[in-house]
Design a protein around this ligand. Structure first.
Ligand SMILES: [Zn+2]
Ligand SMILES: [Zn+2]
Length: 54
C-alpha cells in the first residue's frame, strides 16, 4: 500500500514523513512537533523520531 511522502516545511529540515504522520500547523506540514513549534527536530543529527528509515 503506497503512502504519500511529504517534505517537512521547517527551514533547513531534510525530513520526509508519511502524510498521515505529519504535523500540520497553519497549513504547513512538518515532520514533528519540534519543527512545527520552530525548534527543529534535529534530523540533521539523525535522531528525528518521525523520519522514515529508508
Ligand atoms: Zn522537520
Ligand atoms: Zn525531522
Amino acid at each position: 500500500m503506497d503512502v504519500d511522502l511529504i517534505r517537512c516545511e521547517y527551514q533547513g529540515c531534510q525530513c520526509t514523513v508519511q502524510v498521515p504522520k505529519a504535523v500540520i500547523r497553519q497549513g504547513k506540514a512538518f515532520c514533528s512537533e519540534a519543527c512545527a513549534d520552530g525548534h527543529g527536530c534535529g534530523c540533521h543529527r539523525g535522531w528525528c523520531p518521525s523520519a522514515m528509515l529508508i
